[in-house]
Design a protein around this ligand. Structure first.
Ligand code: TRP
Ligand code: ZN
Length: 501
């Protein structure tokens, strides 16, 4: 945020034609590590066999630096060689004039094979050092990658830890989809990060693909008078020497696109708990007096969804309302992100409030295995809006069905099951996708349908899954052959007819 500068940042400008991924090709910085050689191979340094995490007997390993996870839409994202289990992020942020960030990221991971090198995604920030088990090691940076080259290869499946010190002025990046710019936003009165699909790499070094879930501890050190907010439960907070420090913990596995931090003038509002689940909202001060008018149904929605889907998957829930002017909400894990432009207390965003809450089950607890599986997020959260109206508000199934058909008919393409990278968030993914789920319900009957949803969450909760996994599970639970059903509904042909209820 800027307290001084008065130009406002344009949020989420539509940029349908942007390249879908940044290129790894151009090295921008080539920072030598503080010790050892600046460029090394596993063979050149094999005298470190005593260090944990190194395979002395296998100095050769895969040169994994820059090798992405081959996502069908974003092949460069992430890294093939590593499986991160935990990020501990210590972030010091200055907000005068332009934001600046000093970060220390402690990353616990397993090499998935013997590795000569590996990489993390990082855009627009400068790495100052990388340590492996306390020893400085060589690294270099490209536009989008931090390449790490330990002297001596990392042994497969040996728990390893690196500490990355980095700094700079974080900036947003183009998402390459119609939702426009993502990442770090420096708004006039607040700072916020927006991850989906791959914006978290603008503020920490990360294996930035949904398939690699990890737990997080995020420590925010911001100027006194402001409050830092992140995912999960706030476990510590203090103000000292002109700084306001807070610690946030997400102990359930989280995909990187679901992380967020926000810095601003927030009121922390305790809502009515939903059964056992505490609701803790962080609301931008300018709208905190009207907040309730838009969010007061959250506890009822949560209880309704627990009855339909099973237990709420995280320790607490809440809304994070940031003083900014972007036109989408985002289901950041455990605390969904909204902008003040949505919040005036008139109750008109009820569907959106329900949508982001439903994502906590569909998208956050079970996350997409690849970005092509995006309908597993958006169609389910969209259909859950209607389920709230049906089961929470008593709306008739006929009314709901007629509206689902109308909405899908307006945007039948691209194919919700494969919308393409540029069109990841196309209306068809939401609308034809939602109608697909309703059609499935009509096809297999209510009992099997809700059993499918609960089995889905029970089987893949805490992890990721694909469209093929969903089809297989729906077939197993219903005992029906649904291959053709899903092919036609998730394709881009004319909308199929619903079978008779
Ligand atoms: N997942 C969001 C939703 O609830 C849409 C979205 C995708 C988004 N990327 C975003 C919103 C970035 C804000 C910023 O439908
Ligand atoms: Zn959504």
């Amino acid at each position: 945020m800027k307290i001084v500068r008065h130009t406002s940042v344009a949020f989420l400008l539509v940029c349908a034609s942007c390249a879908s991924t940044a290129s790894d090709a151009t090295p921008t910085t080539s920072t030598a590590a503080p010790s050892t050689s600046s460029s090394t191979t596993a063979e050149s340094s094999t005298s470190t066999s005593a260090t944990p995490g190194r395979a002395a007997s296998d100095p050769q390993g895969t040169d994994g630096a820059g090798q992405g996870l081959d996502d069908p839409y974003y092949p460069e994202l992430g890294n093939i060689g590593i499986d991160v289990s935990r990020y501990d992020l210590q972030l010091t942020v200055e907000t005068a004039e332009v934001d600046s960030l000093i970060g220390v990221a402690t990353i616990d991971f397993l090499p998935r094979e013997s590795l000569e090198s590996f990489s993390l995604d990082l855009v627009g920030l400068t790495v100052d050092s990388v340590e492996l088990e306390g020893v400085a090691i060589p690294f270099d940076q490209t536009d989008t990658k931090l390449n790490i080259r330990p002297p001596g290869s990392l042994g497969a499946y040996i728990e390893s830890q690196i500490v990355v010190e980095y700094s700079g002025e974080p900036k947003p990046i183009e998402s390459g989809t119609t939702i426009g710019t993502i990442g770090w936003f420096d708004a006039p009165n607040a700072t916020v990060t927006v991850g989906e699909p791959a914006g978290s790499r603008t503020w920490f070094p990360v294996n930035d693909h949904p398939s690699d879930k990890a737990t997080y501890r995020i420590q925010l050190d911001v100027p006194e008078g402001l409050i830092g907010v992140a995912n999960g439960v706030r476990t510590a907070a203090r103000t000292l020497n002109g700084r306001s420090l807070s610690v946030w913990e997400m102990d359930d596995p989280m995909s990187s696109y679901l992380t967020t931090i926000a810095i601003g003038d927030f009121d922390l509002l305790e809502g009515d708990s939903a059964g056992e689940v505490p609701i803790r909202n962080a609301v931008a001060a300018p709208v905190s007096s009207v907040f309730d008018g838009d969010f007061n149904l959250t506890d009822e929605m949560l209880v309704t969804y627990e009855e339909l889907f099973g237990p709420y998957p995280f320790d607490e829930y809440g809304a994070l309302v940031v003083d900014a002017n972007f036109s989408f909400a985002l289901e950041t894990q455990g605390r969904s992100l909204f902008s003040t432009s949505f919040v005036d207390g008139d109750g008109s965003i009820e569907r959106i409030v329900a949508h982001e809450l439903a994502h906590q089950w569909f998208g956050n607890h079970v996350s997409p295995g690849t970005w092509r599986d995006i309908w597993l997020n958006e169609a389910f959260a969209s259909y859950a809006e209607d389920l709230w109206l049906e089961f929470g508000k008593g709306e008739s199934l006929d009314a709901l069905e007629a509206r689902l058909i109308d909405r899908a008919s307006l945007f039948p393409t691209p194919a919700p099951g494969d919308p393409g990278a540029d069109d990841l968030f196309a209306p068809s993914v939401y609308r034809r996708g939602a109608l697909t789920l309703h059609a499935l319900r009509v096809e297999v009957g209510d009992e099997a349908f809700f059993q499918i949803l609960r089995d889905w969450l029970g089987t893949y909760g805490g992890s990721v899954a694909t469209t093929a996994d969903f089809i297989a599970l729906a077939e197993a639970t219903s005992g029906q052959d649904l291959r053709e059903f899903f092919d036609s509904w998730l394709g881009d042909g004319p909308l199929p007819e619903l079978s008779n209820r």
